[in-house]
Design a protein around this ligand. Sequence first.
Ligand code: GLY
Length: 428
Amino acid sequence: MRVLLVGNGAREHAIAAALARSPQDPRIFAYMSTPNPGIVDLAEDWTEGSLTDIESLKRYAVKVTPDLVVFGPEAPLAAGAVDALEGKGFPCVGPRKALARIEADKAFMREFMAEHLRRGYPRWWTFSDPRSLEEHLRAHPASVIKPIGLTGGKGVRVLGRQLPDLEEALEYARPFIERDGRILVEERLEGEEFSLMVFTDGKRCVPMPLVQDYKYAREGDTGPMTGGMGSYSCADHLLPFVSRADFEAALGIVEDTVAKLGEVTGVPYRGILYGQFIQTSEGPKVIEFNVRFGDPEAMNVLSLLVTDAVEVFASIASGDLIGEIEFAREATVCKYLVPRGYPEAPEAGRSFTLPLQELEAKGIEVYFASVREEDGRYLTTSSRSVALLARAPSPFEAKATLDGFLAEHCPGVLYYRRDIPRLPPQAN
Ligand code: GLY
């Protein structure tokens, strides 16, 4: 089995590691925008190219003739990579462009939910002129501003938090209105957030363990938003603040989204659909949909995946998802180590090492994100550097394993959040 992996972050390293554990011993090929040392180690061959250069990706696919193509990030999906590769006869795990719009166009996402789901979303508005936006924000100070198009997961701003006053809010919104033609504004919801990801062939959805992700750069959920600073999951695959009934409600929303997207576009959704939810007093509501694994959530769930990842992915691509997908009944905690100053003024080009043997001996998994490798040392870039993951019977124990290691060994040029995860006393 020849598998082509597209992408180069820690999420894609986790996908490559899951593929490499397969008893089918797949031959892994990788198409990356910059080489990831973890993926390079696992791949038989790899190449560098822009993730949205579909012609370049197609050329590499034609060269390596994969039996299966697995996509990590959303950008190539939104650019039509699956349409192009399926057109060449390569089975893909990832939705076609018309379906990827559910992530790439947030106004479409809300319009779609309002028309076809009719539940599970906040009040929302779109504005194409700054004056009506200003009027609205004056009248609704508890608002969240969301650019319509892709922003690498870093575009959402909350009034009164990252946008302290109206002037800053308008300043922030203006370039996005110019870029996308309009901007999305939603009522601010209160509650804990959680990620529900499913494997789907367009007909059936198999949920993965719930994960909570921490997006703020600094401890106490302060500082700027990032792609995610860490995440955790529990052994029962729920979260302390999500009941079985709330999980079923959220899963119903994801399942209906897959079904309705298929009906509306005429194309089955084959890949991962990730619902980012907020647990409100009225039940779970969708913050956004993503057409890929979450990052860091991919590390939590793929580390636990017991079923052969090749079998799972191949069954998605063939449109006949396997019946049972097993995840280990353990808790996970994942923490990102990022360059000092990240994300506003990251110290790039700083050198560090990791005691890989000691990490392995402690059972801590290492997923490289964005580092350059030189002579056995790693150099930081301006993005997150590396994710560490521990598994244990409870998230308390997994956190203790990671924190114990990091207190002694975190390289001085890197930073991590010690307060991830924040666990209530009853967490299992
Ligand atoms: N962890 C957030 C995301 O992947 O978008």
